[in-house]
Design a protein around this ligand. Structure first.
Ligand SMILES: Nc1ncnc2c1ncn2[C@@H]1O[C@H](COP(=O)(O)OP(=O)(O)OP(=O)(O)O)[C@@H](O)[C@H]1O
Length: 647
């Protein structure tokens, strides 16, 4: 589709008779989800750079394989080396046998002389077959474990990164690319071993060839160079195309997900979004297909050129051998062995070239994975934070003149904000959409680190604290919460605080989740999802009660509730707010809500406007004095939200 025709269709929604599947924005079509910096980095990773890095990559992958399955890793190495040695023995025996058979003399005598070598050939062939089967078995055993381990290491790296890293543009894309590397880590180990085995066989062939005539081996190696270069270049083209299309492929995955899965299925149907999204999907898929087709075509051409060059070069080597024989520089008996040795060595060199090209390509992917592990998208927490332990029971959480700007954002989300909340106190954060309430709560929890200013827990700033130790003191009921496909109990405890059912049930009482329990077939042990058989699907408000239970169950010094009752019915909301004072007895509570009638429960109210703190006071003060709070509060009263809700 040309840009012109696309831009005409950009206004398809306005045109009469326009088809939704053709609707779209021309600029959007032009926007190829390209991350130029990543592409540049990919292009800089040349074959020579990769060849230099390969040994380290293979070492690291082997170390990981060793960690997850020592027996299989050692077994595979032993089998590959054994196979190489056997191939060498077999080769020596074959060339010896051929020389013996071709030599002059009595045929019975020649056969008798060849017999032990024939036995060696048979044994070596049999043993190699056995080793081949063992390699298949051990590879099948190691592959999935190694791939899973690589995936887990990525999740650990992702969790070990600053939350800010995940907000950076392109984070998910980098994760996907790295994930592809994780999937092919076992290939790296396998391909390295294949190359090793082929090298061992080549060594044997080389020894035989060197004895027959010193020119043969260098000639053979030289002849294979153009083919090797072509294969590696073809692999690089495919790799770079993968990088270039990764953003678009992610989008395809997302669109498929939204169109097919339960979560968004209803909206897709009722809003007739299907044809529109399918149209978008098809256009995007066509552009990815075109890029991949182009790369495959270029790769195939390079392969063809390489193969042709390889063919010509091999013909030259064979011609040299023929010339050696015809000119009498090599006798016929040695020539017979040379033919076989050359055949084997050529096969080995091809194996090394093919394996080597695959190894380099896999190396590029695995390098993406390693990059992610090493710097977790450039923001590993180990390099940005200290290791100080928080107080056993932090008393005071203080924000001092904090400014915060998200990565890639054009303006600050918070500017010069100061605030303090102590245990036993409820502080409410209010303000219009986008005023910075959630961002401020993330900073107080230590999830984000300030761009300037500081957040202190008692005397330690969050940047100096060991984050995982610090978060033991935080209970967070976020605005956008996570539906975990686990049992109700696991959804509440998240595997922590083994305090028994009494504590879990008390938290359920406080959040109102206790009302759900009679509906659940296995009580706390019911699986909360219908994605699998036997699971139970909760409603949106019921899920919010579960998330509140999760926060209440944690005996944390800081309780942050971001729109905790947005999905709750009036009775449940009333229940949560009447219980809040009791919960705050031993906690510092930060409450974010748009329902201003509810903030009467707070000791202090802080009002944010476009990232700045504009008012602070009690409910009584702020409802009296003119200002943003009172304006919003009056609007709420006029639209009837401020009704006294029934208990
Ligand atoms: N992950 C993010 N990456 C970039 N910018 C963000 C991110 N999250 C929030 N922002 C920006 O920061 C500003 C404040 O957002 P924040 O979510 O803190 O507001 P809020 O007051 O909690 O809004 P709401 O009432 O709608 O929940 C907004 O302009 C928003 O666009």
């Amino acid at each position: 589709m040309t840009v012109d025709s696309t831009s005409r269709q950009a206004h398809a929604g306005e045109a009469e008779g326009a088809r939704p599947e053709d609707a779209g924005n021309a600029q959007e079509e032009e926007f190829r989800f390209r991350d130029e910096s990543r592409l540049r980095a990919g292009e800089q990773m040349t074959t020579a750079t990769m060849a230099r890095r390969l040994p380290a990559l293979v070492r690291r992958s082997l170390a990981m394989a060793w960690q997850v399955d020592r027996v299989a890793t050692a077994g595979l190495l032993a089998c590959q080396i054994g196979s190489g040695v056997l191939a060498a023995l077999g080769l020596f025996a074959v060339t010896g046998t051929l020389s013996a058979l071709i030599a002059s003399g009595d045929i019975t005598e020649r056969l008798r002389e060849a017999a032990p070598r024939l036995a060696v050939i048979a044994t070596a062939t049999g043993l190699r077959a056995l080793l081949g089967i063992t390699v298949t078995w051990l590879t099948g055993r190691l592959r999935p474990v190694l791939a899973r381990a690589a995936e887990v290491s990525m999740v650990e790296a992702a969790l070990g990164a600053e939350a800010a890293a995940t907000n950076k543009p392109g984070y998910n894309d980098s994760y996907d690319i790295a994930d592809r590397g994780a999937q092919v880590t076992p290939d790296l180990v396998e391909e390295a071993q294949d190359v090793l085995a082929a090298t061992a066989t080549l060594a044997a062939g080389a020894t035989v060839l060197a004895v027959i005539h010193p020119v043969l081996l260098p000639l053979l190696l030289l002849a294979c160079l153009p083919q090797a270069a072509a294969y590696v270049r073809a692999a690089r083209v495919v790799y770079l195309a993968g990088l270039e299309t990764s953003g678009r492929r992610r989008m395809l995955h997302k669109l498929r997900w939204h169109m097919s899965y339960m979560e968004s299925g209803e909206e897709m149907r009722a809003c007739l979004a299907g044809p529109f999204l399918l149209g978008r999907y098809r256009r995007l898929a066509a552009s990815v297909n075109a890029a991949e087709r182009k790369a495959a075509g270029t790769g195939a051409w390079m392969g063809l050129v390489g193969a042709a060059a390889g063919g010509v070069a091999s013909a030259a080597v064979w011609a040299t051998l023929l010339w050696l024989l015809v000119s009498g520089r090599t006798d016929l008996a040695a020539g017979g062995g040379a033919v076989f040795a050359l055949q084997t060595a050529t096969g080995s060199v091809r194996g090394i070239i093919n394996g080597g090209a695959r190894l380099v390509r896999t190396g590029w992917y695995v390098q993406d994975w390693q990059n992610f592990l090493d710097n977790a998208h450039g923001q590993a927490m180990t390099s940005s934070r200290g290791s100080e332990l928080p107080a056993a029971a932090p008393e005071r959480f203080e924000v001092r003149d904090v400014t915060y700007r998200y990565d890639g954002a054009e303006r600050d989300s918070l500017t010069g904000v100061s605030l303090r909340v102590r245990r036993g106190e409820i502080v409410a954060l209010v303000g219009e959409n986008g005023s910075g309430k959630t961002t401020l709560s993330r900073l107080i929890c230590g999830l984000l680190l300030p761009t300037s200013g500081e957040v202190a827990w008692d005397h330690a700033t969050t940047v100096r604290l060991e984050p995982w130790e610090a978060w033991k003191h935080v209970a967070l009921a976020p605005q956008r919460f996570t539906y975990l496909p686990l049992t109700l109990r696991d959804n509440i405890t998240l595997g922590q605080g083994d305090t028994g059912d009494a504590a879990v049930l008390a938290a359920c009482e406080a959040s109102g989740a206790a009302d759900i329990l009679p509906e659940l077939r296995s009580g706390l042990d019911t699986l909360l999802t219908s994605e699998w058989f036997g699971g139970h699907q909760l409603s949106g408000g019921q899920w919010q009660r579960v998330v509140l239970t999760r926060a209440f169950h944690r005996q944390a010094a800081l309780l942050v509730m971001d729109e905790p009752t947005a999905a709750l019915d009036a009775r449940a909301e009333h229940h949560v707010f009447t219980g809040l004072r009791e919960l705050a007895k031993d906690r510092a509570v930060l409450l974010i809500t748009h329902r201003l009638a509810n903030v009467a429960v707070a000791d202090r109210i802080v009002v944010l406007d476009r990232g700045r703190l504009v008012q602070e006071g009690t409910y009584a003060q702020l409802t009296r004095e003119p200002g943003l709070f009172r304006t919003l509060w009056e609007l709420e009263r006029r639209t009837g939200h401020d009704v006294n809700r029934p208990a």
